[in-house]
Design a protein around this ligand. Structure first.
Ligand code: SF4
Length: 382
């Protein structure tokens, strides 16, 4: 099973922390849709033997497209690829686009899951991050999504500094955010720590001294609160940033974490076939021009065995089911299995990693917040 990711590279305004590829100029939207359909056709032989079980519209902001434009892209996928009857078709959407009329029209397309970029229910957080929507739109959008879709996910961001507030007050506001999300009873919640990415407005604000550096201890405390509130409410913490009711794991993201192949369509989109990773040019005009000339503008890297092992360790340890040692052996060879066990010993002694039933390497509850750093210590450096 494989997945198709379609990148919609437009946003109404730039969030201060964002380093994804997007443009706030929508003048090339029609050409972009045409180019995306052309790329889907151009690459149809790559997945000729595969069944597609996930189509994911990410961005950027896919909800800047009308339901008719989204349906046109879905039809292009269906006409060139073999899609399973139960395929998950997700659209990332921002609250300011989600009027009742829009959601109703969307519910008549093949989209069967919405990932709503709420990020916060507090206006101070939204203003801090320069989000295009306001706090009342966060609630209103979810009210309508709930009427028309059973399967939707709420995205939140924690660790957002609230200037002039004590750490305790900040943590209390975060807990309120999580409780408000729970009030909508979604089947899935994703929560990400605010990070300072290179070349973003947030980086500039921090480096120029306008804002203090992000406080990792706040992020850690809020991650702990998030996990406690959601697991108490019967959500399964199945991946570092993801919580789900039973049966509602995100198919698209689970595919990435399990190392399955996927094809990324659109500017900046990445593709992976198990051995190599390629990525399209992150420029709307360059992408459109090349596709209209019948060429896909991309770069490619072939992954060594060690690089694939490192990715497997990183994604596997972020997942609650952990890393199967026999799978490391089967995929990369016995020396990699021995290497992982050897390198894990220090973290096992510190209580941050464990080997369950001699078969599965997992992060412990105490190690959870440090998953990425712990995984990096098990990397194989050539
Ligand atoms: S809406 Fe999403 S993609 Fe667009 S700027 Fe904000 S975070 Fe980035």
């Amino acid at each position: 099973m494989s997945g198709i990711y379609i990148h919609i590279p437009f946003c109404k305004q730039a969030c201060s922390y964002c380093d994804f590829h997007f443009s706030t100029k929508m003048t090339s939207k029609d050409q972009m849709i045409e180019a995306l359909c052309m790329e889907l056709k151009m690459r149809k032989d790559s997945f000729a033997q595969d069944q597609i079980n996930s189509i994911y519209f990410g961005g950027g902001t896919p909800s800047v497209l009308s339901p008719i434009e989204i349906e046109r892209l879905i039809e292009a996928v269906f006409s060139h690829y073999s899609i399973t009857a139960v395929a998950e078709i997700t659209l990332e959407a921002n609250p300011d686009d989600l009027s009742e009329a829009y959601i109703k029209a969307l519910s008549k397309t093949k989209v069967n899951r919405i990932s709503v970029g709420i990020q916060s229910f507090h206006q101070s957080d939204l203003s801090f991050m320069n989000r295009a929507h306001n706090a009342s739109q966060s609630k209103e959008a979810l009210h309508w999504v709930k009427q028309y879709f059973d399967n939707y996910s709420i995205d939140l961001i924690y660790g957002v500094p609230m200037l002039g507030m004590s750490p305790e007050e900040q943590d209390l506001l975060w807990a309120e955010n999580v409780k408000m999300a729970l009030g909508f009873n979604p089947n899935h919640i994703s929560a990400y720590a605010l990070t300072m990415e290179p070349k973003t407005v947030l980086e500039h604000q921090i480096k120029s001294g306008k804002l203090p550096p992000l406080d990792e201890s706040r992020a850690q405390a809020q991650f702990t609160t998030l996990r406690r509130l959601l697991t108490n409410a019967a959500y399964e913490h199945y991946e570092f940033s993801n919580f789900s009711r039973q049966g509602f794991y995100a198919v698209n993201n689970s595919g990435y974490w399990e190392g399955k192949s996927y094809m990324g369509i659109g500017p900046s989109a990445h593709s992976y076939d198990g051995k190599s990773r390629s990525w399209n040019a992150a420029s709307n005009p360059i992408y459109i021009r090349a596709i209209f000339e019948g060429k896909r503008p991309f770069d490619i890297e072939y992954l060594s065995v060690s690089e694939r092992y490192n990715e497997y360790i990183m994604t596997g340890l972020r997942a609650s089911k952990g890393v199967e040692l026999s799978k490391i052996n089967a995929l990369f060879g016995p020396e990699y299995e021995s290497y992982a066990i050897r390198e894990a010993q220090e973290k096992i002694a510190e209580g941050l990693l464990e080997i369950v039933n001699d078969t599965v390497l997992k992060i412990t509850d105490s190690g959870l917040f440090f998953s990425d750093g712990i995984a990096a210590q098990l990397f194989y450096i050539d």
